[in-house]
Design a protein around this ligand. Structure first.
Ligand SMILES: Cc1cc2nc3c(=O)[nH]c(=O)nc-3n(C[C@H](O)[C@H](O)[C@H](O)COP(=O)(O)OP(=O)(O)OC[C@H]3O[C@@H](n4cnc5c(N)ncnc54)[C@H](O)[C@@H]3O)c2cc1C
Length: 319
């Protein structure tokens, strides 16, 4: 397991390196290729891809450095962090290779350029060292152990509230405190205060949503893979937010707010946090109200397709 942890963590760190190299290679093309009388780097739809890849590379690097800091600090168990690095790195690189190949246009598809090879080579990263599906289940199941044990300890109070009213009051106070006074993260640079406040709120709402899911599904949560996937995806995003806020804070503190390099990093961190917050909010809503998601419909559609062993729908022209 330790060998796999090193592999997973290293794979994520390597993916950050690959994204940086892809940015370098693709920037050469965007800075020289002209279409419609302009360099293609001037088109918003091309620029967007460079910005998004840079955010992913920054977040992946930040997660890698945070994880190494935990290991160097003596943390014995970094299995979940290693799995997070593997999932985020492999999926970010896959998206980034696709974006870069697109910026290269037809040339990207040709063997004389390195992009089609990058695409084939990066695809395996989602499969080996533990498939990303299995790793998501691992992250979620290891993460809910604490809340599940807490709920178990609370069971007598829930069964006989009057007999254990002190325990019940303490639990209600804990939940109210989490809701109305979310955890504050000390030391985040003031330039990043709005992202830091967002992070605090998301951590609190995630905690409440996990408590709710554990109470609702109890032991059966082991088989609720779409619920577990949401928990894992939120965990990955929150770890990424913690990592980018920490990294950008360090640069802002060292370089000063006026420095262009620090401002660039602040923008990278803010962009990651803003995008992650949208995903986290959607996943928390899915945990809180599964009936409002498409999970049920998608499951039924999949069963129909798998039972038939093929695509099923009446042909629009009646064939
Ligand atoms: C190029 C290459 C190099 C490799 N190198 C090594 C190596 O050095 N050492 C080594 O040990 N292995 C290696 N492998 C094997 C690799 O680790 C496995 O292919 C990988 O673990 C997936 O196992 P599998 O192929 O049996 O797929 P399966 O386990 O059959 O999975 C098929 C699909 O079902 C999903 N799935 C399976 N079980 C579940 C579940 N319980 N819940 C949800 N989804 C599930 C998987 O995520 C996957 O999407 C290598 C593979 C390749 C292609």
């Amino acid at each position: 397991m330790n060998i796999l942890n090193n592999g997973r963590f290293g794979l994520g760190a390597g993916a950050a390196g690959a994204m940086k190299e892809l940015l370098r290679l693709t920037a050469q093309h965007a800075n020289t290729r002209k279409q419609f009388g302009k360099l293609i780097r001037e088109f918003g739809l091309v620029k967007e891809k460079f910005g998004k890849i840079a955010v992913r590379a920054y977040a992946m690097e930040a997660m890698a450095y945070l994880t190494t800091a935990l290991i160097d600090g003596g943390r014995k168990d970094c299995q979940a962090e290693a799995a997070i690095c593997k999932i985020y790195g492999s999926e970010s690189l896959w998206l980034s290779v696709n974006d870069c190949l697109q910026v290269m246009g037809g040339a990207g598809y040709m063997r004389s350029y390195p992009f089609e090879r990058q695409m084939r080579d990066s695809r395996i990263l989602l499969i080996f060292e533990g498939t990303n599906e299995i790793l998501r289940l691992f992250i979620a199941l290891s993460g809910i152990q604490g809340p599940a044990e807490h709920l178990k300890a609370l069971a007598p109070a829930l069964k006989s509230p009057l007999k254990h009213k002190d325990d019940l009051i303490a639990e209600l106070q804990r939940r109210a405190a989490r809701l109305y006074a979310p955890p504050q993260f000390e030391g985040v640079h003031s330039r990043l205060s709005s992202s830091s406040a967002k992070f605090s709120r998301l951590v609190a709402s995630f905690g409440a949503a996990v408590d709710g899911a554990v109470a609702k599904y109890q032991k059966n949560i082991m088989g609720e893979q779409l619920v577990l996937k949401r928990i894992a995806d939120i965990t990955i995003d929150l770890y990424g937010m913690a990592a980018v806020l920490s990294r950008a804070t360090k640069t802002l503190s060292a370089e000063g707010e006026e420095s262009a390099a620090a401002e660039h990093e602040a923008l990278l961190a803010e962009a990651f946090c803003a995008e992650a917050a949208v995903r986290v909010n959607e996943n928390v809503a899915g945990l809180n109200s599964p009936k409002k998601t498409t999970d049920g419909a998608i499951g039924k559609i999949a069963d129909t397709v798998l039972d038939a062993g093929k695509y099923v729908a009446k042909h629009p022209l009646g064939f």
